[in-house]
Design a protein around this ligand. Structure first.
Ligand SMILES: Cc1ncc(COP(=O)(O)O)c(C=O)c1O
Length: 395
């Protein structure tokens, strides 16, 4: 075969683009825009947790931790999961600490997927699930969550399951919609998982960021799901340390054994001193989580008002720290054109809705804002968005 015809790059890697969300953060920096795109807090992480990390380094916890995770952190995760969800896991056989929940999700997919396997994914979805499916070789079957309350159609979900379904990917509280799945919805999903012998992989990274009395129910605690649920979670959002890259997968012993092998050869392990600090973080009293939710409630109200005043159609979230909006009324060709205009001319960075859909057209009238930002950042966004109508008039 001629040299020129040889494919020099992976066909899998060619199937997806760079992360749109992380690209928006780079654009925000380039244009000096207020960054309401990527979901990382711009306020300080809790002092005690930072001190615990410093202490761990001083104490020379600086070498590889056990590949599937330092025992103090695994024990703390198990204790907290039992306290909050009432499900007891075995820290020796059911927990794998990874480099962020991002790696936990990827290791899980690589550990359970075979050629021909399908996964059911609710749409709009957190953009990582697309490349996760491609890299692991799973065929995604998308099921729509529809505004304003982002419910799914039971017939559509039922039709998405079949003999090839290996797993459904759930994310509750949900990014980007703010939906919190109800017990009834979880039970409907449970029935399909049981009927088709499928796993539920549930990304619960926003478990403590809840509003208006919404309750987070882990699929692992739904009757009949203990042994077919893989919970993905991490420190990033709950303790405002997205850069630490500490996450985990909780799964029954068989999938855990496979996840641990994949994880070991992908990354060996997460940062040892930060795992040590994580053990302390996970022992935080309930008051810590109550305050986290209360503080985010204030920020949610603040951004909700800013966006409403600026003319966006706004979907109020019940969980997580994003607001999905509809921009149809502004008359732009699509979400990407609007997001580009917003970052360049108005000076606010957002995520185009299409990055959460398989077919870009489905997100063409939506953009996502995040409010995990300090008051001064939200105030700066308010000042800029207050001139949106004027900018649009001159556009
Ligand atoms: C739903 C969801 N899962 C996972 C992540 C990434 O988490 P981590 O920092 O633990 O890799 C994010 C970050 O935005 C997210 O929104």
């Amino acid at each position: 075969m001629a040299q020129a015809a040889r494919r020099m790059l992976s066909a899998k890697a060619e199937q997806f683009t760079e992360s749109v969300i992380r690209e928006m953060t780079r654009l925000a920096m380039k244009h000096g825009a207020v960054n309401l795109s990527q979901g990382f807090p711009d306020f300080a992480a809790p002092a005690e947790i930072k001190e615990a990390a410093r202490q761990a380094i001083s104490d020379d916890i600086n070498q590889y931790a056990i590949t599937w995770g330092a025992k103090p952190l695994r024990d703390a995760i198990v204790e907290k999961f039992e306290r909050t969800q009432g499900v007891r896991l075995d820290p020796e056989r059911e927990v794998t600490i990874c480099c962020g929940s991002t790696e936990a999700m990827m290791s899980t997919m690589l550990a359970i997927i075979n050629p021909g396997d399908e996964i059911v994914v609710f749409e709009p979805f957190y953009e990582n699930y697309g490349p996760d499916a491609i890299l692991s070789g799973a065929t995604p079957r998308f099921v729509k969550l529809s505004p304003p309350d982002w419910t799914f159609d039971e017939k559509e979900l039922t039709a998405a399951f079949g003999p090839h379904t290996k797993a459904i990917i759930l994310n509750t509280p949900n990014n980007p919609t703010g939906k919190v799945f109800t017990r009834g919805e979880l039970e409907f999903i449970r029935n399909l998982c049981v009927r088709w012998n499928a796993y539920c992989i549930t990304d619960e990274i926003y478990e403590h960021i809840l509003y208006d009395g919404a309750e987070h129910i882990s699929m692992a605690r739904v009757d009949g799901m203990r042994d077919r649920t893989i919970v993905i979670n991490g420190m990033s959002k709950t303790y405002s340390v997205t850069g630490w890259r500490v996450g985990w997968a909780l799964a029954p012993p068989e999938p855990t054994a496979a996840i641990r092998k994949v994880h070991d050869f992908l990354t060996v392990g997460a940062a040892a001193p930060l795992q040590q600090a994580g053990a302390l973080a996970l022992k935080s009293p309930q008051s810590y989580y109550d305050k986290l939710a209360a503080d985010y409630t204030v920020r949610r109200e603040r951004l909700f008002k800013i966006l409403t005043a600026a003319g966006f159609k706004v979907y109020k979230p019940l969980g997580a720290y994003y607001i999905m909006t509809d921009i149809a009324a502004f008359g732009f060709p699509d979400d990407v054109a609007f997001a580009k205009f917003l970052v360049e001319k108005v000076g606010v960075a957002v995520v185009p809705g299409s990055s959460f859909y398989n077919d870009a057209r489905d997100g063409a009238t939506q953009v996502r804002f995040t409010f995990c930002k300090k008051e001064s950042t939200l105030a700066a966004a308010e000042a800029r968005l207050s001139s949106l109508a004027e900018h649009i008039a001159h556009h």
